[in-house]
Design a protein around this ligand. Structure first.
Ligand SMILES: [Zn+2]
Length: 343
């Protein structure tokens, strides 16, 4: 017993003083020798899942509520008021409220019950997400490490970014084929289980955090923004959130391109037939603009000899009209050489 205390102190001393000093010394050394600091001292970041636990803890207390006002009070004090700093940012930009949560919990009981274990399992997937970031660090020049917040939203957002923070609405993002969707609206039914695996989603959203000169998008540039996020994520990590869209797109590439070209000419600012459609697509998968944008990004990237520079250009949203021109994609989907399917 007597020997354990001093050794603990030694460990604490090493942790609190020696390591930071060592890192600082390496940083100075790195600056002097132009070696990347991250080679030695990995950039700190956080994958926050505490808000998911807070949400379900709050839900477990709802049986004590006598009135709707009591339920609202529980969600407010046990979930919203306990928000982590990252979830506070999510609340600020998406404006989730306690009355909205209570309304949704009451309306879709089977759905909430079925999504719970899937959201609680997200914490177990942190090592896979860390591997994704490792691939970005190794493959993307100038990569800035984002933080991640998995929380429970109000069925309005699967994933978004705020500067260098990835915000995931886990109640949508974690859904798979096992989720009970019978109570949900047709639009919610159409998106549940179709947002791709959460690790792939993190890869896609990570690219959005690296994009710069983001601006108001046209149909073309909006699709390149989304498609290049898919392309870069797949290129670096092998993961893609849109396998269904790609399967359909590859089989109908020429037809789709002709429709897209016409929409670009007739309604260049209207994205509604190509992106963020939800249920609004008849006879074909929604959001095929991800596929078109991916193909343009891929065609551009393939033609560039300096791949590092090409990746950087694909992150610069101001350059998307140039990316389109240099991709020469418009000549490809319907050419005899194209590997199109049934068209
Ligand atoms: Zn996106």
């Amino acid at each position: 017993m007597a020997n354990t205390q001093p050794s603990k102190q030694r460990i604490n001393f090493f942790k609190h003083w020696t390591l930071p000093l060592l890192c600082r010394a390496i940083r100075v050394f790195s600056i002097l020798t132009v070696l990347p600091t991250t080679l030695f001292c990995q950039q700190a970041y956080k994958i926050e899942t505490a808000d998911i636990d807070n949400f379900w803890r709050a839900c477990d207390q709802l049986h004590t509520a006598a009135t709707e006002a009591d339920s609202i009070q529980i969600i407010q004090t046990e979930y919203i008021d306990k928000a982590t700093p990252y979830f506070k940012e999510f609340l600020r930009i998406r404006k989730f409220t306690a009355p909205e949560y209570v309304k949704l919990l009451k309306r879709y009981p089977k759905y909430w019950q079925s999504i719970r274990p899937l959201t609680e399992n997200i914490a177990n997937r942190k090592p896979e997400i860390e591997q994704v970031f490792e691939k970005f660090r190794n493959g993307l020049p100038g990569f800035k490490q984002p933080n991640v917040c998995f929380a429970i939203g109000c069925l309005r957002t699967g994933g978004t970014v705020s500067k260098n923070l990835i915000l995931i609405g886990s109640e949508i993002a974690a859904a798979d084929a096992t989720v009970q969707t019978s109570e949900l609206s047709p639009w919610l039914q159409s998106i549940m289980g179709n947002t791709g695996d959460i690790v792939a989603m993190i890869a896609h959203e990570t690219v959005h955090t690296q994009q710069f000169n983001r601006r108001k998008y046209s149909l073309l540039t909006g699709c390149i923004s989304e498609g290049s996020a898919d392309f870069i994520a797949e290129n670096l990590t092998g993961l893609n959130i849109n396998p269904i869209i790609h399967d359909y797109g590859n089989k109908h590439e020429c037809t789709l391109w002709k429709m897209f070209e016409k929409d670009m000419a007739d309604t260049p600012r209207d994205m509604s037939r190509w992106l963020y459609q939800g249920k609004g697509s008849e006879g074909r998968p929604a959001d095929l603009g991800y596929f078109i944008g991916y193909k343009i990004a891929e065609a551009y990237f393939t033609k560039q000899s300096n791949k590092g520079k090409a990746l950087k250009t694909l992150l610069n949203c101001k350059k998307y009209p140039t990316v389109y021109k240099k991709s020469n994609y418009s000549q490809e989907p319907c050419s005899p050489k194209a590997k199109t399917g049934s068209d």
